[in-house]
Design a protein around this ligand. Structure first.
Ligand code: TTP
Ligand code: MN
Ligand code: MN
Ligand code: MN
Length: 382
């Protein structure tokens, strides 16, 4: 009876889009160990190995109980040999020597440090590491070649690595809504990404803009950016027309087609604090911000903002695609392809056998097309 009930409660899907994954889960110590391994693998350019660790961690995040013995792992999908070894070590000794060695290694620490700079990916970070660079000071002293994004990243390093609070994200929404309203009344600004999944803070603010009259949104992004720039709201911006170029994540971008195009902009905002409130002080940000010159660094904060514009008919797909998590998105696309012979991206859902595009007026309808139970954003924290 015991074994049966164990097997019973372990009916866990190998697809994150079929697992409910709340923000708070019961296997934190294990998932942190596995995610360190995933990160390390990514730093080595081993995408496949990284994905395996990251999938194992994601499965554990969805469990409504705390794993206490390796026996429980036999019924779980996506737990490979190496992941099982790490989990066993942590269960038995409280920590894994392999993980601890990674965490203490100079390469891992340096890579992590460099990749916290906006605009720096695995390639650049490991190149700098190989050249013997170790600290931010080294970059400056050795005149490392920096692109525009990286220069901005370095300049605002501290701000960009301090978490963005929900109140700050909401302030950004208001600023962008104000900009949008000037050029296209009736256009909406929706907070997506981690905040939509219920995270109390994040590394950036993801915003999706649309207008109920299809076509009205054309050209909106560049007008909004120009206005924000003219009002000194932008410390950096880079506009693109092809969303797939934005992704460093191979699995995600490979599953995207040439159709996966949305106007988007990666930016760094200058968020002004209301009169009397100082960055880092005890007072949280409150509504009442002003447009100001970014003179005194204690009165403003640099915040990473992703702006995306979608035509109304594509809005549900864009919303689903930009809400994440990345693990959830990756598996949603994998599930569509392998289980349903459909191609899902941030614009459309295409049935490859019927050769038709399936339209949707809401996220719920997309889940219906895929034969999936609807998963609210709060349960997409895979
Ligand atoms: P992120 O902003 O990187 O992550 P997050 O919001 O989940 O977490 P954090 O709090 O750290 O910011 O990505 C949000 C979603 O956007 C993610 O599901 C992937 C998606 N996305 C891109 O990042 N770039 C793209 O080009 C496309 C199409 C989607
Ligand atoms: Mn985000
Ligand atoms: Mn983002
Ligand atoms: Mn791009």
């Amino acid at each position: 009876v015991q074994a049966e009930s164990l097997e019973d409660r372990c009916q866990v899907s190998p697809y994150a889009c079929q697992r409910r994954t709340p923000l708070a889960h019961k296997n934190q110590v294990l998932t942190e160990a596995l995610e360190t391994m995933a990160e390390e693998a990514r730093f080595c350019g081993s995408e496949g190995r990284s994905l395996a660790f990251s999938r194992a961690a994601s499965v554990l995040k969805s469990l409504p109980w705390t794993v206490r013995g390796v026996k429980e792992l036999h019924f779980l999908p996506c737990i490979g040999e190496h992941s099982r070894k790490i989990i066993q070590e942590v269960l038995e000794d409280g920590t894994s020597t392999e993980v601890e060695n990674v965490r203490q290694s100079e390469r891992y620490q340096t890579m992590k440090h460099f990749m916290k700079i906006f605009g720096v990916g695995v390639k650049t970070a490991s190149q700098w590491y190989q050249e013997g660079l170790r600290t931010i000071n080294d970059l400056q002293a050795h005149h490392a070649k920096l692109g525009k994004a990286q220069q901005a990243g370095l300049l605002h390093y501290r701000d960009l690595n301090s978490p963005v609070k929900r109140s700050e994200a909401e302030a950004i929404v208001q600023v962008v809504q104000k900009a949008v309203d000037q050029f296209l009344p009736g256009a909406s600004v929706t907070l997506t990404g981690g905040f939509r999944r219920g995270k109390p803070s994040g590394h950036d603010v993801d915003l999706l803009i649309t207008h109920p009259v299809e076509g009205q949104e054309v050209g909106l992004l560049s007008k909004v950016i120009s206005w924000l720039d003219s009002q000194d709201f932008l410390l950096y911006h880079s506009t693109h027309r092809n969303a797939s170029q934005a992704l460093e994540d191979q699995e995600l971008s490979v599953s995207m087609t040439a159709m996966d195009r949305l106007d988007h902009c990666f930016s760094i905002f200058c968020l002004n604090y209301p009169h009397g409130s100082i960055k880092g002080g005890s007072r949280a940000w409150e509504p009442g911000y002003e447009l100001k010159d970014p003179g005194d660094a204690t009165l403003w904060k640099a915040v990473r903002v992703d702006l995306v514009v979608a035509p109304y008919s594509q809005f549900p797909f864009a919303l689903l695609g930009w809400t994440g998590s990345r693990n959830f998105e990756r598996d949603l696309r994998r599930f569509s392809k392998h289980e349903k012979k459909m191609v899902l991206n941030s614009h459309t859902l295409y049935h490859t056998e019927k050769k038709i595009f399936l339209s949707a007026a809401s996220e719920e309808e997309i889940f219906q097309h895929l034969g999936l139970e609807f998963m609210p954003p709060e349960e997409r924290n895979a």
